[in-house]
Design a protein around this ligand. Structure first.
Ligand SMILES: [Zn+2]
Ligand SMILES: [Zn+2]
Length: 340
């Protein structure tokens, strides 16, 4: 079982990080035999796959943690450009599994009038509708290539699957977005079992963390979350926990012109929705994770010392992988290989 950190930056910004420390948008590939399970599709995921030597043809399932743009912005690259690799494979099926339609808009934060709703006919599409809309946007290209050069019908190959959250959790996107719950299965085949839990990333909801178990071991991807008891339960005893991390001091410095009130509003969001490196260490310790790796780094250019603070709370091996690094997991041993 291999885990490739294809992209390790968090956040919806298009920019190069200072100090030539550029990281691509968040994306992780779990590879077993000839199958690739892709978790999130941040900016540059297609190049990340190519550099890791992974063909789009190996895609077996795509899992979306939540619908913030930094996690899904290159889903169309994977489907529309990656779909060209499926020539001669008309029967291939790649589910894109993620949050369902939120139905209710988030509550308006702060003072002032409620803003007009964008696309009011469907303001909170879930994964299946998003996949359909993305593919429809490329219909001109898809029909052109199908008629001109026999490309496969990727509208049949990729299909969105909305995760149904077990009713007994009494999940509600605004009033109960992170209820205590037991992890539940969202995908399985003869090589893996994927379970999910709700994490705390308000106001967006639902937001999921995923655990992939195989005969070789287990890996957990936190998604974006504040410190979460559900995540601790999902990650119990896992071989490798990939947890998001934020450098709150650096983020605060990135709002130099904000008034104290504005700054507190922004920082309040980051504290409620993300996890510091030290707290990620605490989550790993509470879960009994064997290894902790930090990714979805915000800001991506913060120095290694910031991320090393996870060691204040976690005594096991700590990894700060770069884009293109990979881990092998076998028989309880996790080995980190740096990208060549
Ligand atoms: Zn994110
Ligand atoms: Zn997010």
């Amino acid at each position: 079982m291999k885990v490739f950190t294809l992209g390790t930056a968090g956040g919806p910004l298009l920019r190069a990080d200072p100090g030539n420390a550029h990281r691509r948008g968040i994306a992780t590939a779990v590879v077993i035999k000839d199958r690739t399970y892709l978790i999130d599709c941040g900016h540059g995921v297609g190049l990340g796959l190519a550099e890791a030597g992974l063909s789009p043809r190996s895609l077996t399932a795509i899992l979306i943690t939540h619908q913030h743009s930094d996690h899904v912005i290159d889903l169309n690259s994977i489907m529309v450009l990656g779909g060209l690799a499926f020539r001669g494979m008309p029967d291939a099926r790649v589910p894109v599994i993620g949050p369902g339609n939120r139905v209710e808009l988030p509550l308006v934060q702060g003072e002032g009038a409620e803003p007009a709703v964008i696309f009011p006919q469907s303001p909170t599409p879930g994964t299946s509708e998003m996949v359909n809309l993305l593919l429809r946007a490329h219909a001109t290209d898809l029909n052109d290539r199908r008629r001109d050069s026999g490309a496969s019908d990727i509208s049949q190959i990729f299909s969105g699957v909305d995760i149904s959250i077990p009713k007994e959790t009494e999940f509600h996107p605004n009033t109960q977005n992170h209820p205590e719950m037991v992890p539940f299965e969202v995908y399985s085949d003869d090589l893996v079992r994927v379970t999910a839990t709700l994490v705390q990333h308000r106001p967006i909801a639902p937001a999921f963390a995923y655990r992939i178990d195989s005969d070789y071991g287990s890996v957990v991807i936190s998604g974006d979350t504040a410190p979460s008891e559900n995540l601790v339960r999902l990650a119990a005893g896992c071989d490798l926990l990939l947890h998001e991390a934020i450098d709150l001091e650096a983020v605060a410095r990135s709002y130099p012109d904000a008034s104290p009130t504005e700054l507190e509003a922004s920082m309040g969001h980051h504290r409620r929705a993300h996890t510091t490196a030290e707290d990620a260490g605490l989550m790993a310790r509470q879960a009994g994770a064997q290894n902790l790796a930090l990714h979805h780094l915000v800001p991506a250019g913060s120095p290694p010392e910031v991320w090393q603070q996870a060691k204040n709370k976690f005594q096991g091996p700590l990894h700060i992988p770069k884009d293109g690094d990979w881990f092998s997991i076998a028989d309880g041993t996790v080995t980190h290989y740096e990208r060549k």
